[in-house]
Design a protein around this ligand. Structure first.
Ligand SMILES: *Cc1c(COP(=O)(O)O)cnc(C)c1O
Ligand code: SF4
Length: 335
């Protein structure tokens, strides 16, 4: 049984302090980056719907004074988000329909996804779960045992994917408890963690986290979410060696985003820097049509053209799969 209160007496560790100290005030972000004040009213309006949140360690990788900075664009609320379009919905990937127990999503053969928490250290403006009803669909809140029982009752499931929100916003102690419960299910062989937290706060890769993943019977796979080569600074690449030394498989998924990474030279550099940091490119996602993110869309024809050029420039093993998620399909669809 996982209780919210058990660990509450513990002092927050460095990464938790960094999460708590993340910038949430648009005025402060503009000031920190010496950006014009006229951006503020729209930022405040868009932040009402989905608040700004960005850790200092991520801001440090942005170029002051540049309103087109590719990292800034991922986090700065813009007036564009308030333009509604019928095609852009609050649940673009059909999570709600595929939820078998609150928080447990079973869409694809052999693997299930557990939404562990609604919390994230960074709020990405294009996030397809930006409207997700975390309050009602958090297995840890009250449905953990139902989720475990469902997984235990289906021997076709071999892999559990911890997702969110960001599962690494849970403390190491709570993760340890969750992983122990999953390890007790004999037909599980792999544990996958989908996370962006170590990217924005590299201190999250604690020795305790590395130990709990590498000592598990379940084979660990960490799928990071890095969209632009500038996100890979030395703080991050140094921290990742902790995972590499323990042979934890590192993959990356990126989202193709207009004004962030929709250039072939950027995508080539991203793959090369990922590989240098020990991470294999896995997916390049076409944007999910979530309300408020229409301005990030790279049209499918432009996406295919970029991918054609990428294929011509990279060795096959550095080429992520360009995919789109279509609700109801048996897997993510190659484009
Ligand atoms: C993306 C996703 C997965 C994982 O798919 P892979 O192709 O194995 O990476 C699993 N479950 C859900 C609900 C997903 O959206
Ligand atoms: S970290 Fe992931 S889940 Fe959280 S806001 Fe960003 S894309 Fe969404």
């Amino acid at each position: 049984m996982i209780s919210e209160t058990v660990w509450a007496w513990q002092r927050p560790v460095a990464w938790q302090q960094a999460v708590a100290a993340a910038v949430r005030d648009p005025a402060l972000l503009l000031e920190r980056l010496q950006l014009p004040k006229h951006l503020l009213p729209a930022a405040l309006a868009a932040a009402q719907d989905f608040p700004l949140r960005v850790p200092e360690a991520f801001i440090a990788r942005m170029v002051p004074g540049d309103i087109h900075d590719p990292l800034l664009r991922q986090v700065l609320p813009l007036g564009d988000e308030l333009l509604l379009s019928q095609e852009y919905t609050t649940d673009p990937v059909g999570d709600q329909d595929a939820m078998v127990v609150p928080g447990l999503v079973h869409k694809y053969h052999g693997r299930v996804l557990l939404i562990m928490t609604g919390a994230c250290a960074v709020h990405c403006r294009y996030c397809f779960r930006r409207h997700f009803p975390y309050g009602q669909a958090n297995p840890l809140a009250s449905h953990w045992h139902d989720a475990l029982a469902t997984i235990a009752g289906d021997t076709s499931i071999h892999e559990v994917i911890l997702s969110g929100g960001d599962p690494l916003s849970l403390s190491d102690e709570r993760l340890h408890q969750c992983i122990q419960d999953l390890t007790a299910i004999p037909h599980l062989t792999r544990l996958r963690i989908h996370t962006r937290l170590p990217v924005v706060i590299p201190q999250r890769i604690t020795p305790a986290l590395v130990a709990l993943l590498s000592h598990s019977r379940l084979r660990p796979v960490v799928v990071l979410h890095i969209n632009h080569p500038n996100e890979l600074d030395t703080h991050l690449t140094d921290a990742l060696t902790g995972f590499m030394q323990h042979h934890i498989t590192l993959l990356n998924q990126a989202v193709l985003l207009r004004g962030v990474n929709d250039r072939v030279d950027t995508l080539v550099l991203l793959s090369e820097r990922l590989f240098s940091a020990g991470i294999m490119p896995y997916y390049l996602h076409q944007l999910d049509k979530v309300q408020g993110a229409a301005h990030f869309l790279v049209t499918p024809s432009r996406a295919r053209e970029l991918y054609r050029q990428l294929t011509a420039q990279l060795p096959g093993y550095l080429l992520p799969r360009l995919v789109q998620e279509i609700p109801g399909m048996a897997a993510k669809l190659p484009m």
